[in-house]
Design a protein around this ligand. Structure first.
Ligand SMILES: Cc1cc2nc3c(=O)[nH]c(=O)nc-3n(C[C@H](O)[C@H](O)[C@H](O)COP(=O)(O)O)c2cc1C
Length: 220
């Protein structure tokens, strides 16, 4: 139920996938958002598409597979929309397209640098630039190690401009036993930073609930 005016709730989230290792984080976030009834607008850089292929065996940006939809389902019927990285005129490239925030997950050092420099030459970096100019939440789930001083300076710069750098850096204090649980930890942190309520992972001080399994989601 989109409404008029800046800073309102639209239920839409933009998800950008860049060419850093961690395609599982992107998949986890998309599945969580769809499960929480959010409209998801997806874009991946060209190296991001390669990562989806290398790490998930995906041909192109397969929104159905990312969202865990049954074979043949139209992702748009489930509120998942794909925007090609070259389409610099897509809705998410404009500040007039209202949404509740964007996560770049995973976020490469290259994309971090482009955002820090104010570049918007592909749709992902343009959408991030728009988030900053419209003062909407922008969460960068950075993945690279070790960091150069250039990365650190870029992180400072984007933070000063309003973004949140949230490294893909899972805590182990809930004693995860599966990769899925580790992924859930990072996805849960991303949802928190986007101010989206969820019960994907336990919270310190709120009992000893185990991380909820996502095995119930249809797999492809
Ligand atoms: C298999 C693979 C894994 C990569 N992992 C990372 C990574 O974890 N972090 C990173 O900053 N770059 C990583 N890279 C390099 C980036 O993909 C490369 O710098 C690319 O230009 C990033 O472009 P983008 O920011 O437009 O997606 C990886 C590349 C490949 C092929």
């Amino acid at each position: 139920m989109p409404r008029e005016g800046p800073g309102v709730t639209t239920s839409r989230i933009v998800v950008g996938i860049s060419g850093a290792s961690g395609a599982l984080y992107a998949r986890g976030l998309v599945r969580a958002l769809v499960g929480l009834g959010r409209e998801v607008h997806l874009t991946a850089s060209a190296p991001g598409l390669r990562l989806l292929h290398d790490e998930l065996g995906m041909e192109g940006l397969d929104a159905g597979a990312l969202a865990g939809l049954p074979e043949g389902a139209d992702p748009r019927d489930h509120g998942v929309f794909v925007h090609p990285w070259r389409d610099i005129g897509a809705s998410i490239a404009s500040g007039s397209f209202l949404h509740d925030g964007m996560a770049v997950i995973p976020c490469s050092g290259n994309t971090l640098g482009a955002i820090a420099a104010g570049l918007g030459e592909n749709l992902l970096t343009r959408a991030a630039q728009v988030c900053l100019k419209e003062r909407r939440p922008l969460v960068l789930v950075h993945r690279e190690s070790p960091l150069t001083l250039i990365d650190i300076e870029n992180m400072r710069r984007v933070t000063e401009a309003g973004a949140i750098v949230a490294p893909a850096n899972p805590g182990l204090y809930f004693l995860p036993t599966t990769v899925e649980e580790i992924v859930d930890f990072v996805v849960a942190k991303t949802l928190d930073l986007l101010r989206i309520e969820h019960d994907l992972a336990p919270r310190w001080g709120e009992g000893t609930v185990r991380i909820r399994s996502r095995r119930g989601s249809p797999e492809r």
